[in-house]
Design a protein around this ligand. Structure first.
Ligand SMILES: Cc1cc2nc3c(=O)[nH]c(=O)nc-3n(C[C@H](O)[C@H](O)[C@H](O)COP(=O)(O)OP(=O)(O)OC[C@H]3O[C@@H](n4cnc5c(N)ncnc54)[C@H](O)[C@@H]3O)c2cc1C
Length: 485
């Protein structure tokens, strides 16, 4: 049976309204935040309960039909890109916060819960949910778990993986399993660690148990303007090298500032070649002391103007420029690629110089916005699709930036995931043996390769196939430490 055939089987389980087969309505789901990949799914379902998700997955498993999970569809790597012959399982009707357990500092949520929704619910109790992707007003906790999402404040508080203590998972066979819970850790293999960041390839999370973080007593934010990114980068290294861990340190270069000014009039200091936004939080006395240190490090490294937010409104204005930066680039370029890579923080000035060199050589403008504290770059590669050859050149520059990240010991993705888009870059970072070993993990969960197939790994393989270039047995199988499924 194909995916369309499953529709009639699923209507009595989910209700007519929750099973979409109309072509126009299906097209609503043809892409995620990476809009240049588009695939219309064969079928979309909108389950409301774990049991409904499990029923859909079991039906897919029996029929050998692939399925893809989708939260809010804000992903930037094509992770929720549908499968043309598959079922798209959308969690937007699963938006309940099931348990706000302040005493245990935990919340249990359904996967479609919006990131900021959880913080809003927790704030009156003096708590919040710390991982804060810039998309937090719309992205779902299920998507965050699948992508191991980060955000500006993850430098101090850690990524999603540091905030998830349990997951209810519908496995690709349609079983419902509980992994972890409210306790901080569980004995045995770290299956939770494997699931967080697995981009929907190991099953569908139908509940997540997450940490709630105490709201800080005090927050202070400064905006420092520098003549160039070299000096801003040096200030970042000086701050962190001195043992100060700000809640966030974000950097924008001149082109990114120009875009933000055009879009949201954030009124950053004129003539800045780079700005840093540094936020400190914690006990008031500690914040005050460290804030002085940060200010000195900025001045000592050439900052020519420092502004300190006097209230929440001014803090919001500082952040407005940064948080709008991706979309703002649309004001100065008809098209752009949002790249996401990681380098060691200390290599920032050198890598930025090399990015500028690549940009000049190829004649492609690159605006840089990034989480400077943890070396997570977001170069925005600008182009005009209407001009022949520009999109290809932009792709080349984008790929060359990832090569730089690898060369400097970093990674091809910091937080946006591999998805459909970066699967082709995986062999640049990992050799065949690494990829084969990852495939063993995937096949242990999904032997029929039906859970978000074609994502993350460069060459789709069925689990029974001997993968890669190997003529003989897989080295791990030869060594007797793993089986090929
Ligand atoms: C303007 C903008 C700013 C952004 N800023 C950031 C940022 O600062 N940091 C950051 O990390 N990301 C950022 N992102 C990327 C994106 O918002 C995150 O990756 C987010 O976690 C995706 O959530 P989603 O609900 O939209 O997931 P989707 O896009 O719907 O799905 C993402 C992936 O998760 C899988 N998935 C979704 N739900 C489930 C589930 N319940 N179980 C299993 N798999 C599932 C999908 O199959 C897919 O592979 C940004 C995106 C935009 C558009």
């Amino acid at each position: 049976m194909d995916a369309r055939g499953l529709a009639e089987q699923l209507r009595p389980v989910l209700g007519d309204e929750a099973v979409i087969t109309d072509h126009q309505r299906l097209r609503t789901y043809e892409c995620d935040g990476l809009a240049h990949y588009k695939v219309t799914p064969a079928l979309v379902v909108l389950p409301e309960t774990t049991e409904q998700v499990a029923a859909v997955v079991r039906a897919c498993s029996r029929a050998g039909v692939p399925f893809v999970a989708r939260g809010s569809g804000t992903g930037l790597s094509g992770g929720a890109l549908p499968h043309a012959d598959g079922v798209l399982i959308v969690t937007s009707r699963m938006r309940s916060i099931l348990d706000l357990d302040v005493a245990s500092q935990r919340a249990v949520v359904e996967p479609g819960v919006i990131n900021l929704q959880l913080t809003r619910e927790a704030l009156p109790h003096g708590y919040y949910y710390a991982p804060d992707p810039s998309s937090q007003q719309v992205c779902s906790i299920g998507g965050n778990v699948a992508e191991n999402s980060g955000g500006a404040h993850c430098l101090k508080y850690g990524f999603t993986t540091n905030h998830v203590t349990g997951v209810e998972l519908v496995t690709p066979a349609g079983e419902v399993v509980q992994i972890g819970g409210k306790a901080p850790d569980a004995p045995g293999y770290d299956l939770l660690g494997a699931i967080v960041g697995s981009e929907g390839t190991l099953g569908i999370a139908t509940r997540a148990t997450v940490r709630l973080t105490r709201s800080p007593e005090s927050v202070s934010t400064l905006l420092a303007a520098f003549p160039d990114t070299d000096r801003a980068g040096a200030a970042v290294s000086a701050i962190i090298g001195a043992g100060v861990i700000p809640a966030a340190i974000e950097m924008m270069d001149a082109l990114a500032i120009e875009a933000a000014e055009a879009a949201v009039h954030c009124n950053y200091p004129a003539g800045a070649g780079a700005v840093l936004i540094v936020e400190l939080d914690g006990p008031a006395a500690e914040v005050e002391h460290q804030f002085d240190e940060v200010e000195q490090f900025c001045r000592g490294n050439g900052s020519f103007e420092i502004r300190i937010a006097v209230d929440d409104a001014e803090r919001a204005l500082f952040w407005k420029g940064r948080k709008s930066a991706f979309a703002a680039v649309g004001r100065i370029s008809p098209d752009y690629i949002v790249q996401d890579g990681v380098i060691p923080r200390t290599a920032l000035p050198e890598v930025l110089r090399r990015i500028a060199g690549i940009s000049a050589e190829k004649g492609v403008r690159v605006a840089n916005v990034f989480h400077a504290g943890d070396g997570n770059l977001h170069p925005l590669v600008l182009f005009d699709d209407a001009v022949p050859g520009e999109s290809e050149r932009a792709e080349e520059v984008s790929g060359a930036i990832l090569d730089l990240c690898i060369e400097y010991g970093g990674s091809i993705t910091g937080e946006h995931g591999v998805g459909a888009d970066k699967a082709r870059y995986m062999p640049r970072m990992f050799d065949e043996d690494d990829l084969d070993t990852m495939q063993l993990v995937r096949c242990a969960f999904d032997p029929d390769s039906i859970s978000n197939p074609g994502k993350v790994f460069p060459t789709p393989r069925l689990c029974g196939e001997r993968p890669g270039r190997h003529q003989g047995a897989h080295p791990l199988a030869e060594a007797g430490v793993a089986d090929v499924f």
